[in-house]
Design a protein around this ligand. Structure first.
Ligand code: ADP
Length: 404
């Protein structure tokens, strides 16, 4: 029997999301998550999608789960109860989402002690994310020491961005000393969606230039030329770029000095303000686009302004990336907002006919879980809605690495 299963782990600061996939047919065998780890009200939701357990549907466990170790052991027990345990010889690898790979990791990497130490050394660049990723890896290694553990980095797809786009125009020695440059994030999603968009156009990734707009709670844009990423909107951290659910995206860096000098805010307070209390939330009090749309529809001015600012920023990036690419074949919308909010797509593309963009409004308003084109027939540039699948991309990359 060839081992063809991959367990994908996405460990956040207080949560673990997981999927077990079979790469023989790219099917999902089980999915789930553990949330509120470390609290009294932890919750594990497990859903077997195949085998004897599937008929029973979702299972939920409530009650304290102390740490990531306990969380992963609970997940392993759930999988084992469905005959999908980690001890199965069919399991080929565990694929870990790792947020920051710095300049060191530009491709998926089998994790050994040295790699783990290097991922740890990147914690200063991603203090909110890499520690949880490291813990996830440590626990998974304990559970099944002989199994290849593969790190798939959020930054890796952006490693091809040319130096002149990756550099900030600051003192070069200072930039080098502190590893300050634009790394970009959401890379697995940008990689998957740009490739899937080429597929939707019936072309190979090498043949097309795509602007990908990943609009989830976090949001980022990328310009992908012939399958190679040449520009992205997130930078040293995920704060730069588009207006997001709770992040400001681009602003004059002097806002930070002003808040410190005039407002008396500490660095941590400003960090929290810009990352957690800005964006849609900061502008109107709601970070969920559904709420923003509902309120704006009822005439709420703050919500309408937040929506307009969100869309205006998107337009600026579509224009900028059209210039970066020179020729654009498709603009692809993905993630929670991009896949579901037709109003955002409509407003972002509105008025961009000179750039070759025009929607089929009826196709754009129709809901579907499938990748699809929503552009007008006459439009020079295709507009696509492509559901992202970061877990499948992580599993694909991890599996390719361990079976090559
Ligand atoms: P994350 O970045 O957390 O992975 P997702 O890609 O799941 O996020 O996107 C979450 C966001 O998607 C929510 O905050 C919400 O604003 C938005 N969203 C989800 N469904 C809809 C919908 N039907 N209409 C508009 N926005 C939606």
């Amino acid at each position: 029997m060839t081992a063809s299963r991959v367990l994908v782990l996405n460990s956040g600061s207080s949560s673990v999301k997981y999927q077990l996939l079979d790469m023989a047919d790219r099917s999902r065998l089980a999915v789930g998550l553990v949330e509120r780890i470390g609290e009294e009200t932890s919750r594990l939701v497990h859903e077997p999608l195949t085998g004897p357990g599937a008929a029973g549907g979702r299972r939920e466990q409530l009650g304290p789960i102390a740490d990531h170790g306990a969380a992963l052991r609970a997940v392993a027990a759930e999988l084992a109860a469905d005959g999908l345990g980690l001890d199965s010889p069919e399991l080929a690898a565990v694929g870990h989402r790792v947020v920051h790979g710095g300049t060191k990791f530009t491709r998926p990497t089998v994790i050994d002690d040295t790699v783990l130490a290097e991922i740890r050394s990147l914690i200063p660049l991603a203090p909110l994310h890499n520690p949880a990723n490291v813990t996830g890896i440590e626990v998974a290694r304990e559970l099944r020491a002989d199994l290849p553990q593969v790190a798939v980095f959020d930054t890796a797809f952006h490693a091809t961005i040319p130096e002149y786009a990756a550099r900030y125009a600051i003192d070069a020695a200072t930039a080098d000393k502190y590893a300050i440059r634009r790394y970009g994030f959401h890379g697995t999603s940008h990689a998957y969606v740009s490739r899937a968009t080429a597929g939707l156009l019936g072309k190979a990734p090498e043949e097309v230039n795509v602007i990908v707009l990943h609009l989830g709670n976090g949001a980022s844009a990328s310009a992908v030329r012939g399958g190679v990423c040449v520009e992205t909107s997130m930078g040293l951290t995920p704060l730069e770029g588009l207006v997001m659910g709770t992040r400001s995206g681009d602003l004059d860096p002097a806002v930070v000095f002003h808040l410190a000098r005039v407002g008396g805010l500490s660095v941590d307070e400003i960090d929290s303000l810009l990352n957690k209390k800005s964006g849609l939330l900061g502008m109107c009090g709601d970070n969920d686009m559904r709420e923003v749309l509902r309120r704006a529809g009822e005439g709420d001015e703050a919500a309408a302004l937040a929506f307009a600012a969100y869309v205006h920023r998107l337009k600026k990036y579509i224009g900028a990336y059209s210039a970066v690419l020179g020729r654009v074949d498709a603009v692809a919308f993905t993630a929670g907002v991009g896949e579901n909010a037709h109003q955002v797509r409509e407003a972002a593309v509105d008025g961009l006919a000179e750039l070759g963009l025009a929607l089929d409004l009826e196709a754009n308003a129709a809901r579907s879980p499938e990748p699809r084109l929503v552009s007008a027939e006459y439009a020079r540039v295709a507009v696509a809605v492509v559901p992202t699948d970061e877990e499948l991309e992580i599993a694909t990359q991890a599996y390719a690495l361990v079976t090559q």
